[in-house]
Design a binder for this molecule. Structure first.
Ligand SMILES: [Mg+2]
Length: 227
């Protein structure tokens, strides 16, 4: 295995689904408020970062926030599981073919770098038939700060396969400037895709190594991922 490709989930592999509504409900049930969710920018942030930023802005203290987190995540996952059949996640264009093609490349290992907590990532990917492709990953539940996640994913790859991937052999794939920044932070290559909320021009300003409108041209995407 020579290349480790680390995918973000929301806006990169999938769109839609009940996560935002589930999160709001769980926040209100746990803390009595979801804060200013309507005006809040979620893009590329980790789940614990989102919760903490919203709650601190609403005047809650760190100790109160920390004390509620375990219950928050239990309620959040419960809400997603109960709503996901009515409000399913969808795979973005080209993703199913791209993941399948990469999975069959002997030199490629696949993983995740996502702000989702691990249980959220599993339920989301399971609902769109992608759960078996991503053996390793780093999640919002590993660290609130996305910049630290790629290094954690590299370590997990070593634990899983006994292979030390140098950072420059890893590729971070995501839909926001924060994805590109966390990849650059560890020295990985970066590929951005404009299927989330961030317009292409804004992704171009990040200096990502390659940018796609979507992943429907699978051959071109593979060429960018495995130069
Ligand atoms: Mg995303």
């Amino acid at each position: 295995m020579h290349t480790l490709i680390l995918f973000d989930i929301d806006g990169t592999l999938t769109r839609g689904g009940p996560a935002k509504v589930a999160f709001e409900t769980a926040m209100v049930e746990t803390y009595g408020t979801a804060g200013a969710v309507e005006s809040y920018d979620f893009s590329g942030k980790t789940d614990p970062q989102i919760a903490r930023e919203l709650l601190m802005a609403a005047g809650l203290e760190d100790a109160v926030i920390d004390a509620g987190l375990a219950g928050l995540w239990d309620r959040y996952i419960g809400e997603i599981e109960s709503q996901i059949s009515e409000n399913p996640m969808r795979l973005l264009p080209g993703v199913a073919s791209l993941v399948e093609a990469l999975d069959s490349e002997p030199d490629v290992a696949l993983g995740l770098v996502t702000g989702n907590i691990i249980r959220g990532a599993r339920v989301k990917l399971g609902s769109v038939g992608l759960s078996e492709y991503f053996e390793v990953g780093a999640y919002g539940s590993d660290h609130e700060v996305r910049e630290y996640l790629p290094a954690i994913a590299l370590e997990r790859a070593f634990e899983a396969w006994g292979v030390r991937f140098p950072p420059e052999s890893a590729v971070i794939v995501g839909d926001t400037p924060r994805d590109v920044e966390c990849g650059k932070h560890v020295g990985a290559r970066t590929v951005a895709v404009a299927t989330g909320r961030i317009p292409r021009e804004q992704l171009e300003a990040t200096g990502a190594d390659a940018i796609f409108d979507d992943f429907s041209d699978v051959a071109s995407v593979i060429e960018a991922l495995l130069p």
